[in-house]
Design a protein around this ligand. Sequence first.
Ligand SMILES: NC(=O)C1=CN([C@@H]2O[C@H](COP(=O)(O)OP(=O)(O)OC[C@H]3O[C@@H](n4cnc5c(N)ncnc54)[C@H](OP(=O)(O)O)[C@@H]3O)[C@@H](O)[C@H]2O)C=CC1
Ligand SMILES: CC(=O)N[C@@H](CCC(=O)OP(=O)(O)O)C(=O)O
Length: 345
Amino acid sequence: MKVAIVGGTGYGSIELIRLLQMHPHVEVSAVVSHSQSDSALADIYPHVTGVLNYTLESMDIAKLKESIDLVFFATPSGISMKYAPEFIENGVKCIDLSGDFRLKNLDEYEQWYKGLPAPKAFVESAVYGLSEFYENQIKSASLIANPGCYPTATLLALLPILKRGIIDPNTIVIDGKTGASGAGRGLSLSTHYTELNDNVRAYKIGEHQHTPEMEQTIYAETNQLTKVTFSTHLLPMTRGIMCTIYAALEEPLSTADVLQQYRGFYQNKPFVRVRSEGNLPTTKEVYGSNFCDIGVHVDDRTGRVTIVSVIDNLVKGASGQAIQNMNIMNGWNQTTGLMQLPVYP
Ligand SMILES: NC(=O)C1=CN([C@@H]2O[C@H](COP(=O)(O)OP(=O)(O)OC[C@H]3O[C@@H](n4cnc5c(N)ncnc54)[C@H](OP(=O)(O)O)[C@@H]3O)[C@@H](O)[C@H]2O)C=CC1
Ligand SMILES: CC(=O)N[C@@H](CCC(=O)OP(=O)(O)O)C(=O)O
């Protein structure tokens, strides 16, 4: 199958290229760049030298729609909404790593992303690509709204116990921590070495664009309108997200009881690994992989459960999950090209 990647010089793109290089059924036929077309990818990313010979191309929909089966958009919000409709109308499937098609309520998109929303019909037809929960819908989708990185780590941790009524949805607090690659390759003051190193910074408190995405999915899965408290922190590391999540238990349960619920839920889901009691995951243990690792601790004193969920933001949080969704759309085993171990140490 032939695919194109748009947003060629960004981190999402270079991670798609890295992962797809190991995929047995896919050829990356075009890497599209609006800023550096005609440049060699190896000049921008010298680590691919001698292995990949791509020359970046400018966007040419007329040409691409004749030669490509699927397009990955690894672009900032506001871009895929301009191009994906024409591809889809011409039978080319699209997987969008940005937030353009995630929020079904267009007013919420305007409020949280501070821009005009995508055309309603395409937002309505887009399937939210949380692979472990929407496999059936993903199979027949033309347009995938790939989830945000924090919602991936958070929803995989919360939905099993929310759906089983184990926690009170009105008590959820999500403490998110991320590495700097989450902000993309562009330069900014907060990812400047001297601002990032030896430092921890809370950011976008009360205004993070992933908040409505989480609440929308919790509502879709539980029929409960919930407002979550969600805070995000930037840490001096390259990759990784840890969401530490707190909620009140509806009834007294032990850590072992709660872990048992997760195990039942994820027993046939190869990318979600539920840890044993007393074994909480670290970001390094999923680095470079498509795994989401989940650990749990119940505090009998407070009646609260703490859930720790880790992913690599660029893999399960973006490009890896996008490939997992492509696999599902094509009827391939969802692990195809994705089962490598994390890089450790
Ligand atoms: N980084 C992460 O961990 C995650 C990222 N995402 C989302 O994935 C998308 C890509 O993220 P990421 O790769 O990290 O971001 P980067 O900033 O690293 O890359 C985005 C790329 O998009 C292209 N681009 C930028 N502006 C425009 C424009 N005006 N028109 C067309 N293309 C443009 C650029 O490539 P070029 O100049 O070559 O066209 C740029 O390099 C974003 O929507 C991000 O929010 C989602 C989950 C996690
Ligand atoms: C460090 C940092 O800035 N991380 C980004 C990650 C979000 C992202 O990648 O964007 P989407 O909205 O497309 O999911 C953030 O917190 O906004």
